[in-house]
Ligand binder design. Structure first.
Ligand code: PLP
Length: 399
C-alpha cells in the first residue's frame, strides 16, 4: 500500500486547538450531554437584520456569480472609506483585498512575504493560527513570551533583542485573542521606534478593534505613519457584526503587497462569496448602533467573570481591556490531582473541566502560554454564571 508522503510544512502543523475543543463540546452536546461552551471565539448575537436583508436582495437580484478576485469595486471602496472614517488611515480601493475571512487575509499576507527560513516575530499569547501559518509558508515563528506583570504585552527591548538579519515580519494583534490585552499609544510608539528604518513587515490584526472597554483602539500607523510602506492591516466583519459564518475579511497595505496577495488568492479561492460581499458593504457603511449595545453587554460579562475568577483561590486573572476573552493564570492547579488522576498540564486541566465538569475552555498552551486558559464570554450571562460555577467546582475539587 502506498504511504502518502506529505508536504513537510503541512506535516509540521497541527489543527487549530480552539476548533478542536469547540468541536468536542459540540459532539458532547449532540450526545445529549449538558455542556457549557466557553471555548468559541464567536459572538452569541445574530447578524443584524439590515445586513441579512442585503444578502437576500443580492440573491434575489441574481448577484450570484464570480466577482473580481480582490473584491467588488463597491466593497473595496467601502473598506477604504471605513479606514478613513474609523481609523484616520487613507487607502485607495487598489490597496484593499477582500478575502474569505480575516484568517485568510492573515495567511495571504504571510504567504506573500515570508520565504523559507525567514523569521516572524509573534508575541505570546498569540492567536493559535499565526505560528502554523508561518510554518506553512516555510518560515520560523520566533515567539516572544510575556507575563501578567507586563500585561501580557511585549516591550520594545524584547522586540529589539529578537531581531536578527532573518527577521521578515512582526505580527501584532491588539486587542489580543486570547488575552484581551490592548496596546496603548505609548506602547505602540515604543515598538514603532524599533521598527522604523528597518525593512521588517508588520501585520496588524485589528479584528477586535471595536471591542475595547478601557482606552481606545490605536493602530501602529496612527503613531508612526512612516511605517505605512511596510504595514498590512487585517480586519473583518466576523466579530463586530456577528458575521463569522459569512467568511469575509479584508487587508489593506502597499499596492505591491496587495497585488501579490491577490495573485495567490486568484489561484487559491478566486474570490469571497458574492452575496456576502454585498452584505459587507451594508455592514461597513450602514448603521453601527448595535456595536455599542453589544459592547455594553460584553463589558458586563467581562466584569462579572473577572470577579468570579479572582475570587477562586490561586487564580490570577488580569482584567482584559478588549476582545471577548479572559485569560487567567491557573498554573497553581497544575500538578494537583483528582482521585488517581494527576493534572500534568493546562491541557489535562481543560480536559478534566470538559469531561468531568462539562465546561469547555481552551488550554493556554494552544496560544503559546502554558499554565493559563482562555475563557470566552461571548455567550449569555446565564451560561457564564453556570460555566463559572462549574470551573470553580472543578478547581476547588483539585485544591
Ligand atoms: N484574527 C484573530 C485574532 C481572530 O481571533 C480571528 C478569529 O477568531 C481572526 C483573525 C479571523 O476571523 P475570521 O476569519 O472569522 O474573519
Amino acid at each position: 500500500m502506498a504511504i502518502p508522503r506529505f508536504n513537510r510544512h503541512v506535516a509540521a502543523i497541527k489543527p487549530s486547538v480552539t476548533m478542536a475543543v469547540t468541536g468536542r463540546a459540540k459532539e458532547m452536546k449532540a450526545e445529549g450531554i449538558d455542556v457549557v461552551s466557553m471555548s468559541a471565539g464567536e459572538p452569541d448575537f445574530d447578524t443584524p437584520q439590515h445586513i441579512k436583508d442585503a444578502a437576500i436582495k443580492a440573491l434575489e437580484d441574481g448577484f450570484t456569480k464570480y466577482t473580481p478576485v480582490a473584491g467588488t469595486p463597491e466593497l473595496r471602496k467601502a473598506v477604504a472609506e471605513k479606514f478613513s472614517k474609523e481609523n484616520s488611515l487613507d487607502y485607495e480601493p487598489a490597496q484593499v483585498l477582500v478575502s474569505i475571512g480575516g484568517k485568510h487575509s492573515c495567511y495571504l499576507a504571510i504567504a506573500a512575504l515570508v520565504d523559507e527560513g525567514d523569521e516572524v516575530i509573534i508575541p505570546a499569547p498569540y492567536w493559535v493560527s499565526y505560528p502554523d501559518m508561518v510554518i506553512l509558508a516555510g518560515g520560523t515563528p520566533i515567539i516572544l513570551e510575556t507575563t501578567n506583570d507586563s500585561g501580557l504585552k511585549i516591550t520594545p527591548e524584547q522586540l529589539k533583542a529578537a531581531i536578527t538579519p532573518r527577521t521578515k515580519m512582526l505580527i501584532l494583534n491588539s486587542p489580543s485573542n486570547p488575552s484581551g490585552a490592548v496596546y496603548s499609544q505609548d506602547e505602540l510608539e515604543g515598538l514603532a521606534d524599533v521598527l522604523v528604518d528597518t525593512d521588517i513587515s508588520i501585520v496588524s490584526d485589528d479584528i477586535y478593534e471595536h471591542l475595547i472597554y478601557e482606552g481606545e483602539h490605536v493602530n501602529i500607523l496612527n503613531v508612526r505613519p512612516e511605517l505605512k510602506d511596510q504595514t498590512i492591516v487585517v480586519n473583518g466583519v466576523a466579530k463586530a457584526y456577528a458575521m463569522t459564518g459569512w467568511r469575509i475579511g479584508y487587508a489593506v497595505g502597499p499596492e505591491a503587497i496587495i497585488k501579490q496577495m491577490s495573485k495567490i488568492q486568484s489561484q487559491q479561492t478566486s474570490n469571497a462569496a458574492s452575496m456576502a460581499q454585498k452584505a459587507t458593504v451594508v455592514a461597513l457603511s450602514g448603521p453601527q448602533d448595535h456595536i455599542q449595545v453589544w459592547k455594553a453587554e460584553y463589558d458586563k460579562r467581562r466584569r462579572y467573570i473577572v470577579d468570579r475568577l479572582n475570587a477562586i483561590p490561586r487564580v490570577a486573572c488580569s482584567t482584559p481591556a478588549g476582545a471577548f476573552y479572559v485569560f487567567p493564570d491557573v498554573s497553581a492547579y497544575i500538578g494537583k490531582s483528582l482521585g488517581s488522576k494527576v493534572i500534568e498540564d493546562d491541557v489535562a486541566l481543560c480536559n478534566l473541566l470538559l469531561e468531568e465538569f462539562k465546561v469547555a475552555t481552551v488550554p493556554g498552551s494552544g496560544f503559546g502560554t502554558p499554565g493559563f486558559m482562555r475563557i470566552s464570554y461571548a455567550t449569555s450571562m446565564e451560561m457564564i454564571e453556570e460555566g463559572m460555577n462549574r470551573i470553580e467546582a472543578g478547581l476547588k475539587a483539585l485544591a
